[in-house]
Write a protein that binds this ligand. Structure first.
Ligand SMILES: NC(=O)C1=CN([C@@H]2O[C@H](COP(=O)(O)OP(=O)(O)OC[C@H]3O[C@@H](n4cnc5c(N)ncnc54)[C@H](OP(=O)(O)O)[C@@H]3O)[C@@H](O)[C@H]2O)C=CC1
Ligand SMILES: O=C(O)C1=N[C@H](C(=O)O)C[C@H](O)C1
Length: 275
């Protein structure tokens, strides 16, 4: 057992689907202590977040005051970490605020633009502060992306389908965007046209992401988070698929990120970089 003091953790979006999972995971981690729970949902203000997460009272009330909680976290002897699973509209400001208070952001929230990520990287650099932006914390998803990188060396044609619950605000998913980016880094342009296509209804062929890779987004109740990467060549289809069956799959990655961020001095994008 380490003699170091536990890592103080603040969870933003604590009352949400992911936030509640993170609360349970942090509460059960011996080397972490839950310091604060931020959420804007008016129905849960002042409630004990441990009770809401189903892991018993933690004496941490939900508050909608990021400044006050980060100010408190910045007073801790051990550097504090803010885990954020909120909303695409607020994540840019949340990260800047955390860094300004010297609190390390572990970002699960998706929907940041490439320009916003670059600005946050510059901001983190100037502050010599670690910042982790992780489009997907699942180990299975990282393995699927790595398999796709191998396959993409041999296939010229690929499309991505991502399928999510219908409460998701952003499309395409952060995972699908990152998958296209990873394939794009191979330096080849995919899907050379074989005919002149015309969309009879706009959007029929999805959106075009990096290196001409199409992404199709499905939103339906009943799904959690799923992705297919489909490679095609004459006479064969190579299909990679990942299914999330429970949000607990993200927690080993979240806990790893909380531990690893303390050793970083700049922004890192993607779980695969810290495995
Ligand atoms: N990186 C990864 O592996 C994963 C990423 N995600 C991403 O995480 C994000 C959250 O997902 P999920 O938990 O499903 O969403 P939920 O809507 O279930 O939870 C978000 C919570 O944050 C609250 N909230 C929203 N904006 C703010 C804000 N500005 N300040 C404080 N609280 C806020 C919401 O309150 P209210 O309900 O009142 O809006 C809600 O309680 C999404 O961007 C999603 O794509 C999800 C799963 C895995
Ligand atoms: O909103 C979700 O649920 C998820 N969002 C992330 C994304 O946009 O890729 C990660 C995972 O797909 C679940």
């Amino acid at each position: 057992m380490s003699s170091q003091s536990p890592i103080p953790v603040v969870v933003n979006g604590a009352g949400g689907k992911m936030g509640l999972e993170v609360i349970k995971a942090v509460a059960n981690a011996q080397d972490m202590v839950l310091l604060g729970a931020i959420d804007r949902n008016p129905k849960i203000q002042g409630e004990d977040i441990g009770e809401l997460a189903g892991c018993g009272a933690l004496e941490v009330p939900v508050m909608n005051d990021i400044q006050a909680i980060l100010a408190m976290a910045s007073q801790e002897k051990q550097t504090a970490v803010m885990v954020d699973f909120t909303h695409p509209d607020s994540i840019y400001e949340n990260v800047r605020t955390a860094i300004a208070y010297g609190v390390r952001p572990v970002v699960g929230t998706t929907g940041l633009s490439p320009q916003q990520i670059q600005e946050l990287a510059d901001f983190a650099d100037k502050a010599s502060t670690g910042c982790l932006i992780i489009p997907n914390f699942s180990i299975g998803v990282i393995l699927m992306q790595q398999a796709a990188i191998q396959a993409a060396k041999f296939f010229e044609h690929v499309e991505i389908i991502e399928l999510h619950h219908n409460q998701k605000a952003d499309a395409p998913s952060g995972t699908a965007i990152q998958t296209a980016q990873l394939l794009g880094e191979l330096g080849k342009t995919f899907n050379p046209p074989s005919v002149t296509e015309s969309e009879k209804i706009s959007g029929a062929r999805g959106c075009i992401a990096d290196e001409n890779i199409r992404i199709h987004s499905v939103r339906l109740p009943g799904y959690i988070a799923h992705q297919e990467i489909i490679f095609g060549a004459p006479g064969e289809i190579y299909l990679l698929r990942h299914d999330t069956t429970n949000r607990s799959c993200y927690m080993p990655g979240v806990l790893l990120a909380i531990r690893k961020i303390l050793g970083l001095k700049s922004l890192v994008y993607g779980l695969e970089k810290i495995l």
